[in-house]
Design a protein around this ligand. Structure first.
Ligand SMILES: [Zn+2]
Length: 239
């Protein structure tokens, strides 16, 4: 609201609640300046509505802060439902290369939404309707973002991954989870084994598979219960 609207607002509020009215000229001027500063963005119409809402639920004298808080809540709500995207089909008069014109429209729409002149425009769903249903069904069918069938079909093209997956499936442990112990290779964790010519091998070195398998087994042992008769950590006694 403009500065000149503030005395009008205070006068209207004072008719219902005389406490807001300042009689001392210095106090009155300070109040006008403060209200004008706090309510600069708030439309007069909204300030009056907010005043009604305030007195409907409170016996305290309203402050400019009370009005501004209600305004911020409304703006936040409107903007949370609005996307600042430009819909070219809604503005055929705008040249696609006219960046200033496009920005002016986006800012104008933003202002219109803030002030409630236009309804917030939510983001359109990228996939909606029957297609969304079909997509959901297909994903449910796959069960994984790479389904087993896809995985099998891809195996010839990703032999190292296929080999790792086979070993893990069979409980041997992932060889790439450990560094290769073979002295001529020594591939680090996550790196494929290399042959004598320093080319990546399709399969890990056998000692690496064994090492990973040992890790997988010991991990399994710690989670299973000890057999009866063997104290944890003790060597089994021979009969
Ligand atoms: Zn190796």
């Amino acid at each position: 609201m403009n500065v000149e609207h503030v005395p009008e607002l205070i006068a209207k509020i004072a008719m219902a609640d005389p406490r807001v009215k300042r009689t001392d000229p210095i106090e009155r001027r300070a109040q006008l300046e403060m209200w004008a500063g706090i309510l600069a963005d708030v439309p007069l119409e909204f300030a009056l509505q907010a005043t009604h809402a305030h007195y409907a639920e409170s016996q305290w004298a309203i402050t400019a802060g009370d009005i501004a808080t209600r305004w911020r809540e409304v703006v936040r709500d409107r903007l949370s439902r609005h996307t600042r995207t430009f819909d070219p089909s809604a503005h055929p008069e705008i040249d696609p290369d006219d960046i200033a014109g496009y920005l002016a429209i986006v800012q104008g729409e933003h202002r219109a939404v803030v002030h409630g002149h236009e309804l917030p425009r939510p983001v359109r769903k990228a996939i909606g309707g029957p297609a969304a249903q079909e997509a959901a069904e297909r994903i449910a069918e796959l069960g994984d973002y790479i389904g087993d069938k896809t995985r099998a079909a891809l195996a010839p093209f990703r032999p190292r991954t296929a080999e790792r997956e086979r070993l893990v499936r069979e409980g041997h442990g992932d060889p790439l989870s450990v560094a290769c112990p073979y002295e001529h290779c020594r591939a680090g964790r996550g790196k494929p084994c290399r042959n004598a010519r320093r080319h990546d091998r399709r399969t890990p070195h056998p000692s690496r598979i064994e090492l990973a398998a040992g890790g997988a087994q010991s991990a399994e042992q710690t989670t299973t219960t000890e057999p009866i008769g063997h104290a944890p950590g003790a060597w089994p006694t021979t009969a």
